[in-house]
Write a protein that binds this ligand. Sequence first.
Ligand SMILES: Nc1ncnc2c1ncn2[C@@H]1O[C@H](COP(=O)(O)OP(=O)(O)O)[C@@H](O)[C@H]1O
Ligand SMILES: NC(=O)OP(=O)(O)O
Length: 315
Amino acid sequence: MMSKKKRVVIALGGNALGNTLPEQMAAVKITAKAIVDLIEDGCEVVVSHGNGPQVGMINNAMIALTHEDLEQPNTPLSVCVAMSQAYIGYDLQNALREELLNRNITDIPVATMITQVRVDENDPAFQNPSKPIGKFVDAEQAKMMEEKFNYIMKEDAGRGYRRVVASPKPAEIIEIGTIRTMVEAGNLVIAGGGGGIPVTRQGNHLKGASAVIDKDFASCLIAKELDADYLIILTAVEKVALNFGKPDEKWLSDVSVEEAEQYVKEGHFAPGSMLPKVQAAMDFASSKPGRTALITLLEKSRDAVQGKTGTMFHA
Ligand SMILES: Nc1ncnc2c1ncn2[C@@H]1O[C@H](COP(=O)(O)OP(=O)(O)O)[C@@H](O)[C@H]1O
Ligand SMILES: NC(=O)OP(=O)(O)O
């Protein structure tokens, strides 16, 4: 008898996509191989991804356009997120399709779902921009961007300065019913890109919000709504560490939600980078018995599902 397929939601981090158009084109080919490895191992995969560098790039381009052509009104951040979903989805969709065909898998269509995510208009995050987007710049460039564009710039974990925007928590995946139907029909679905297009509900109307939702939180909500077995958050480290980057650094293989809570309190995970991943992993692992969250490197996702590496979070 065939065993039931494991349903896996993968959240792709920045290194799975690169920072520029050529980088992304090259990166998605490697990303597609890792995803199709999981499909070959019998997993049913749903892909979500970040958009920090891309939405920053798109937003800058749209601002430049407005400066050049005064009849072109400013492009809301929500529309920039929608553009990033389409641009990233296009590259990912093509790379996945090609990789499936290269392995003679012809019965899994790939589709990108433009996904809106409802946020609460009173979310305090609107008053406290915290989500880094766009490129890293030095202190001098950061000052210039604050003055010229009114951006809020923040130092990001020793890696330079980045613009920060509001990042409210995802409350509802608007297109979840369609995503579920597509997944259950056997499609490989890319959904919730860039954390989803942030919207608030005004009666029947969904109004775009000026924000970028954290893709780890949005992926967690998608994984819960789809009753996934695994949430796999792929990033630039093989495991999560205690005392990260310090002489007494300790890599974690297996943590309970209770232990992770303690480590969060002790401040082991950087806000804006590892903290949301750990919080999303804890949320998913504690949401229902049997759910497992993993944080690892893209290239290690197959090994991580087999329990050989990564940091595993369990109830
Ligand atoms: N405790 C920690 N353990 C491991 N990595 C950490 C930790 N704290 C911060 N980091 C950093 O967080 C990074 C992942 O965050 P980020 O680059 O923002 O993610 P994304 O892959 O989603 O773009 C890691 O590559 C690492 O440099
Ligand atoms: N939207 C989002 O979380 O993007 P990053 O993962 O690139 O930060």
